[in-house]
Design a protein around this ligand. Structure first.
Ligand code: FEO
Length: 386
């Protein structure tokens, strides 16, 4: 349990959650890390902490460099408990430490921990001298909570970006030049799609604020640290936050007796005939957070459900609730399904698409089992609408 030097006097002292498989509903097949950083200067500064159950690991890593009771400042870039859960223990050890946070950070930390800690409140443009280094703060509200901020260390050109640019990856490697580039980019995309997607406008403001900074290292609070592929991840964040999508379709469904599934495949044939890339996802076999990763850059979202007790299937309802919350924009959508009598599910799906303000294609409803002729008709109908 050692600290890892990321630059002279600056250490990664985070924790690795190897077996985390669910992060508030997001399936994290590769685990995660809660990255914290220690800056050794006249004022010893810790940037963020870790989840409460890994605080011993955090303390051991800090102790491999200094006595944790000597910490002067704890920068709390974000209140969410994956980064602040370790604060009570740290503040108990470093009794004279001050917490540096945004106004909403102080409010949120008070509401979480009900403690009389010493705070120094900072706003965008504020700077704190800690010896030979300065810490510059930029508030980034809603990336991902109202309290978020990032901290920039100009002398070493490091951006401590908190949730932005993170990925859920547990690994012994710390840097992007030590790990599979494809995997880091995939996990960064999954993270964006499942955590950051609703806040595109705020991300664009953050990117704009960061564009004037010289950055050699982006040190996020989850996963791998960026030092080689900074232009690539910034370019992806620009693309993702602008809701750019490509000619790609995601066909998501659940089916009771495979009739809705048959319709899904007939719809897929339309995309195939038009040479549009597509993926077919049965909700019984695919997790909604993996499907969202595919939706991140897909122009077409097709969703189908059988009707069960006058409603869509619960799996489809869960998917649509998740989709609506993550609020992708500028998409073309199609509702479909098979039904026995009421057939309410298809209109219910379409209603959600309308709430999402998607461009809606004519819905497809089939009574019981679609005939081969009906399936050909469906393919032609969808093809025409593309
Ligand atoms: Fe990694 Fe919004 O916390």
């Amino acid at each position: 349990m050692k600290a890892i030097k990321i630059k002279e006097n600056i250490y990664w002292v985070g924790t690795i959650d190897w077996n985390l498989r669910n992060f508030h509903g997001y399936m994290t097949q590769r685990g995660s890390t809660y990255n914290a950083y220690l800056i050794i200067d006249e004022k010893i500064t810790l940037v963020d902490t870790a989840k409460y159950y890994l605080v011993d690991e955090l303390i051991k890593r800090i102790s491999s460099v200094i006595d944790p009771s000597k910490i002067d400042y704890v920068v709390a870039n974000h209140v969410e408990m994956d980064h602040s859960g370790g604060l009570p223990r740290i503040m108990d050890i470093a009794k004279n430490a001050e917490i540096i946070t945004s106004p909403n950070g102080q409010k949120g930390l008070n509401l979480h921990y009900k403690n009389n800690w010493n705070y120094k409140i900072v706003n965008s443009g504020d700077s704190l001298n800690i010896g030979k280094y300065n810490l510059n703060f930029v508030l980034t509200p809603m990336v991902h909570w109202p309290d978020n901020m990032v901290t920039y260390l100009p002398e070493e050109k490091i951006l401590f970006s908190n949730d932005s640019f993170g990925q859920h990856i547990a690994s012994s490697e710390r840097f992007d030049d030590e790990y599979s580039f494809e995997t880091v980019m995939y996990e960064a995309k999954k993270y964006y799609a499942n955590i950051v997607m609703p806040y595109g406008t705020q991300v664009q403001k953050e990117l704009n604020d960061a564009s004037s900074l010289e950055i050699e290292i982006i040190a996020p609070s989850h996963g791998i640290i960026w030092r080689k592929h900074i232009p690539e991840i910034i370019s992806k964040y620009k693309q993702w936050s602008s809701n750019e999508s490509s000619e790609k379709a995601v066909i998501v469904y659940d089916s009771m007796w495979k009739s809705t599934e048959c319709i899904a495949y007939a719809i897929a044939s339309a995309f195939e005939n038009k040479n549009i890339s597509f993926g077919i996802y049965d909700l019984k076999s695919n997790h909604i957070s993996d499907i969202m990763t595919e939706i991140q850059d897909a122009k077409y979202i097709c969703t189908g459900s059988s009707t069960l007790n006058n409603n869509m299937l619960p799996t489809v309802a869960a998917f649509l609730t998740y989709l609506k919350g993550l609020a992708p924009k500028n998409r073309k959508a199609l509702a479909f399904g098979s039904y026995g009598w009421g057939g309410q599910s298809i209109k219910q799906i379409q209603d959600v698409f309308e709430e999402c303000k998607f461009d809606i294609m004519e819905m497809i409803r089939v009574n019981y089992i679609p005939s081969p002729e009906k399936l050909i008709e469906i393919t032609k109908q969808v093809e025409k609408a593309l």
